[in-house]
Ligand binder design. Sequence first.
Ligand code: SAJ
Length: 433
Amino acid sequence: MAEKIDKITIFGLGHIGLPTAALFAKNGFNVVGVDINQKTVDKVNSGVSSIMEPGMDELVKEVVSKGNLRATTQSSEASKNSNVLIVIVPTPVDENKCSDLSAVISACHMIGNDLKKGDLVIIESTIPPGTCEDVVIPILEKNGLKSSIDFKVAYTPERALPNNTLFEMTHNARVIGGIDSESSKRAVLLYEKITEGKVIAVKNLVTAEMVKLMENTFRDTNIALANELAMACESMGIDAIDAITAANYHPRVNIHTPGPGVGGHCLSIDPYFIVEIADKKDNPAVLIKTARDINEHMPYHVAEIIKKTLAEFNKPLNKSTIGILGVAYKANVADARETPAEPLIRALCGGGGEVMAHDPHVSREIIENMGASFVEFEKALKCDCVVLITDHEEYYNITPEMIENSIFICNRPILDPEEFRKQGVIFRGVGRL
Ligand code: SAJ
């Protein structure tokens, strides 16, 4: 008897949802993507990727033209014709740094409306530990079907690195937790179809939820340690980059790289999900919260370095032009979500500085919304003070002669300070002398 092929509906066609949908479609599944954004739906249906990610344009074109992937805003018709329902919608934090689960809740209501016996519901969105049991399942059961008995539930976090998403999705290990062993078994078999990486079943839903948060918290906390060491080094006259590079020769030491702060939609948010639940359980996650505080402070620390350096040369901030190089949250991406460049720009503008920013990937509109004027690379280099925030490849070839007014605050370790100092440029930055 021929194997029954799962029909999949994916809720959310964003940075993770669309590649996931496209990969299932490429592997022969019939996939429907549901999104609330009509423009996204139209784009995908015309065979064009709605996200900027290497390989996605070709992949979306291929699977849409073969008829294996289509998009819709109508969840009901999609759900009724599927037996696997996957939720990949955003989970931001609100102004109190608590999780905003509204998109997950809304997707679960849509699924709950049309849930059938035998369906498998999979959550991929990053969520606080316990959310599947406490929030997701009660909504799915609203029409009387019972989880585990009538339908199955699994949680599997996505762990792909932006800009390398397709490769990592098909090669990284994947962690899966289920409400029961049958749920995780079905989810493991499904994801084995799209990845060559190991698919690991953990004990239950909450363990899988926690694994994702632990990974990003490890990285965020390690970067906070690097940033604290960098600030300590600055006050002691030590070049932190030299010191960290040397320390990392130890076989069991791996200190991450200090910088102007931690941006993006993952590291700067996920640790708060642990903090939130740990607080509720009356067991505060002090180290994790402190690490977040340190990383959130870094843009203001950069602002202080700028002000102090300008003052030394009798140039008050409110009479100076500042040229920011790079506003994306990390190298070679166009994504500026949670970027440390934004609080820095706002702090400098608040202090009366005239801030101009260049980024080869981020649009004029995004830069102007942060409060800076959008300028060409050459114009940014002519400012009283040039400040490098993002280590885009385009900036690797900056030379001392290009820094017209000889003040360069370089916050990523991509250039040799001595080369600049030899030519009379004041070279400072996070962790630098
Ligand atoms: N950063 C530093 N110092 C470092 C490394 C990074 O300051 O040593 C900064 C970056 O400049 C950036 C931020 O941290 O502003 C985050 O960048 P990242 O490259 O560490 O991570 P993301 O947010 O792009 O992706 C992370 C990844 N998680 C881990 O590596 C543990 C990715 O695998 C996850 O899939 C993703 O989060 C996610 O979706 O959660």
